[in-house]
Design a protein around this ligand. Sequence first.
Ligand code: SAH
Length: 526
Amino acid sequence: MEDSGGTRDSEQVGTVYLVGAGPGDPGLLTRRGAELLAIADVVVYDHLASSRLLDLARPGTRLVCAGKSVGHCTMSQPEIHRALIEHARAGRTVVRLKGGDPLIFGRGAEEAEALRSAGVPFEIVPGVTAGVGASATSGIPLTHREAASAVAFVTGHTNPEDSASTHRLDWSALGRFPGTLVVYMGVSHLGAICRTLIREGKPPETPAAVVESGTTPAQRTMVSTLADLPRVASESLVRPPALLIVGEVARMRAALCWYEDRLLFGQRIVVTRPSGESERSAALIEALGAEVILAPTVQIGPIEESAPLDAAIDQLSAFDWLVFTSSSGVRFFVKRLEERGRDLRALGHLRLAAIGPTTAEALAAYHLRADLVPDEFRSEALAESLAEKAAGARILLARADRGRTILRDELQHVAEVVQVAVYRNADVEALPPGVIDRIAEGTVDWITLTSSAIARRLHGLLPGPARERVGREVRLASLSPVTTATVHELGWEVAVEARRYDWSGLVDAIVERVDADRRNASEASL
Ligand code: SAH
C-alpha cells in the first residue's frame, strides 16, 4: 500500500474537531461542542474566558493549552498543527477548542487546511462569535430594520494609520459601508481606527460602543460617538478582549440594556460549600449575573466505617422516623441502601423529616416527600417540631460523621434516637491557590459561609494577608446566627446574615445589600 503519512491505515487515525467555545459565557457552548468535549482524549484549547468548559472533559483527558493572548503557555501556529496531527495519528479523538467561532478571525481554516493535507479527518463545530455574543449582552442589535441592514465583521489587528503594514484593509470602503461595523482585536488601535473611519466618511457623531469581556460577569460597555469613544475608552482603561461596534444601532443600548442590570451582576462571590452541594448553589447566583469562584473548604465522601449505617439499613423496620439534616445525607443514604441490595420500598413505613427545603428537594429527587420540614431551617427548630410530632417514637438520624449533636441531645429526652453517619465530611488540605490570591488582592466581593465548620476551616486555610481582607473589602455572608457567632469568635465581621437559613435566603440577603449599595451610589452621584 502507498503510504504517504505514516504506517497506520486511516481507520486508526483519530478525528480532530474544531469546536467553537463561544465568547466567554460557558453556557453559550453548543450541545455538540459539549458532547465532543465529553468524549475527547485530548483537548487543545486557546486561552478562554472560561476555563469551566474544560470541566466538561472526562477525568484523565489530556488538556493542552495552546495559549494565544494572555497566559504563559504559547504554541506557535505550526506547533499547534503538528500537535493536532500527531495526536490524531496516534488514534486519539481531539477537540481543538477555539474562542468564539473557529472560522471567524480564529485561524480555524488554517488548522483545517493543515489537517486536510496531513490526511487527518476533521469536523467543524460553529460557536457564538464574540460580535454576536456581545451584541446580545450589551443590548446593541447588529441589524435593525430602521437602523442597519448590513453588518461587517472587521479585524482591527493592524493599525490603519501605519502605511508600512502589509495587511491593508480597504478602510475607505469601510468608511462608506452602509451598516454596522464590528471591529475585533481593535483595542490597541482604537484611536487610529476611529480617526480613519471619520476621515473616510463616517460622521464623527456616529454612535459607537466598546464592549469589553462581553458575555462574562466582567462585561463593561461604553457608548459614545465615533469622535469621542477613544477618550472614553482610554479613561475607562479598556482592556482586551473587547470589540468596537460602530453604527446607529449603538444608540439602542439605552433601551435594550439588560445584562448589567441583573441583581448580582459583577459581584464576585466565593462559594465555600463542598463540591456536590456547590454546583446548584453556584448556578443560582450565576443566573443573577454573579461570577462564582468555587473554593470548597470541606469535602464530602462515603464513610470509611459503614458497619453502623449498614446495621441501621438492615433494621429499618425498627424505626418510625428517618431524619435528614443535609442533601448529601439523603444522597449517600439512598446510595448505600441500593448498594445493600435494597430500594426505596424499604422506607415505605417510615416518616421522613428534612431540616430545610434543599434537603426536602433532595428527597423529592427520589420521589420522596418529607413529612416534616420545620419553618426555620436549623437543628433547634427541627428538634422542636420533632419533639412534638415524634414523641415516644424511634428515630434514625442520618447525618455527617461530624457536626453539632444538638438534634440527638434534644430528642433523646423524648424519643428513642439512633444517630448514624452516612457520609464523611472532611477538611480539604488547601484552597485553590488562585482563590487565596484573589482574596488577598481584594478582587472578590463576597465569601459565603454556610456553616460554622466551613467558617473555621476557611479561617485556618487563609494565610495572614488574605485573612485580613476578609470581613472588610471582602464581605462575609452568613447563613444563620449560629454561623455568625462562630465568625465573630474568629474575629471577623459579618456583612449580611440570611433571614431564612438556606441558600436562597443567603442569596436574598446579598441581593438586598447589593441593591442598597447601588441605590446609595446612584444617589451620591446625583
Ligand atoms: N474566533 C473568535 C475571535 C478571535 S479574535 C470569535 O469568533 O469570537 C479575538 C478578538 O475577539 C478579541 O481581540 C476581541 O476583539 C474579540 N473577543 C473575543 N472574546 C470577546 C469577548 N468576550 N468580548 C469582547 N470581545 C471579544
